[in-house]
Design a binder for this molecule. Structure first.
Ligand code: AN7
Length: 360
């Protein structure tokens, strides 16, 4: 029997707000691995930890789950062009799905502040790219303004179709484990993903499939932590450019999700983010972009504060692939460039260089 994963809309059609005659624009998103990570459970002193590896989506981030919905519905509405503001991943995703749909994409990015990998994706998928003289929050204001007054369809997460698609990640976690975790941990920028997971878990609870909602722990970068400040941040700064966001679009939804789930928001430093980014690739074999290590870094912070229950079952969403932002991986802990050692073609010399024991 054929077992091809058909993308989140077809896989979860009955549980999504979509009409039967909507053309489904898909790149086979979703169905990402839930990687069991006992070494991480040990590091933080938890019962069990799994990583939901969203870098395995077609454009390398969780954004594809929402974009398949948003672009499908845009096409259903007759849109000829989509627009988004982005710190990089949304633009990569919007550009790819627009290419698949055969419509135009316009992406607004904060000047000089998106990674080369993400920029390359938007270029590859022939987006019209504009670098706005401002930060992400300025880009979003502009995108909203344009979509309101001109013939271009907004696909940022203020469009509810995005969160509707992204909620499928909760369904997949439940399908994979057969239960909901005690805690679900993730990075927070606009808080769209945090709100979407909550929507998914709430629907599972309402359907009687799970009893308790996972407590959602959302972590921001120290210099871009409006939820911890309790108000928007005018000049967000962090090396984790994906979450360099000062005025989260899903503020109210996320606060509700935090309260109802019994979760928490906190921040981690750029240094904590970078060292967890290295640790995950070194010790678990999962290479993520720095922003995506923010959740795990936060959990480690909680562990140091004695806030991790030794029996807890925890899922951490790692949101984007490491290849999107390779610069940090190419440096060692002291910040020096890592150069592979040069060697001859002689086996004996190479074996000596590697310290290999001779067996024959
Ligand atoms: C890797 O692409 O906002 O809290 O414009 O790329 O739902 O915003 C990206 C966000 C986490 C935060 N991890 O998610 C964009 C954008 C990665 C991301 C987030 C983003 P939200």
């Amino acid at each position: 029997m054929a077992k091809l994963w058909r993308g989140v809309i077809t896989e979860y059609f009955d549980r999504l707000d979509i009409d039967a005659d909507t053309p489904i624009i898909t790149l086979g998103e979703g169905g990402t691995a839930l990687v069991h990570a006992p070494a991480l459970a040990k590091l933080v002193g938890a019962g069990e930890v799994w990583l939901k590896v969203e870098g395995m989506n077609p454009t390398g981030s969780f954004k594809d789950r929402g974009m398949t919905m948003a672009v499908s519905k845009a096409v259903a509405h007759g849109a000829k062009a989509v627009i988004c503001a982005s710190t990089g991943n949304t633009s990569a995703s919007a550009a790819a799905y627009a290419a698949k749909a055969g419509i135009k994409s316009v992406v607004l990015i904060p000047e000089g502040k998106i990674t080369l990998g993400k920029l390359a994706q938007a270029i590859a998928h022939k987006a019209e790219i504009l670098q706005v003289q401002g930060n992400f929050d300025d880009c979003l204001v502009l995108a909203r303004d344009l979509s309101e007054h001109y013939a271009v369809h907004l696909v940022n997460s203020v469009n509810p179709d995005r969160l509707e698609g992204q909620k499928t990640a909760s369904f997949e976690v439940f399908d994979a484990l057969g239960f909901a975790p005690d805690y679900h941990v993730m990075p927070v920028g606009n808080a769209g993903n945090y709100s979407a997971y909550f929507k998914g878990y709430l629907e599972l609870q309402q359907a009687g499939q799970i009893k308790n909602l996972p407590k959602q722990l959302g972590f921001q970068a120290e210099g871009a932590a409006p939820f911890i400040a309790g108000h928007p941040i005018a000049k967000p700064e962090t090396i984790a450019t994906a979450i360099r966001i000062g005025n989260p679009a899903s503020w109210d939804l996320a606060l509700n999700a935090q309260k109802v789930s019994g979760g928490e928001f906190d921040f981690v430093t750029d240094q904590e983010i970078l060292s967890m980014h290295r640790w995950l690739s070194n010790e678990i074999g999962v290479f993520v972009e720095p922003s995506s290590a923010t959740g795990a870094a936060g959990l480690l912070k909680f562990a140091k504060l004695g806030k991790v229950d030794s029996k807890a079952k925890i899922v951490i969403t790692v949101t984007g692939h490491g290849l999107k932002d390779v610069g940090w991986a190419l440096k060692d802990e002291s910040g020096n460039d890592v150069e592979p050692t040069s060697c001859s073609k002689d086996a004996a010399q190479v074996a000596e260089l590697l310290g290999l024991e001779r067996i024959k």
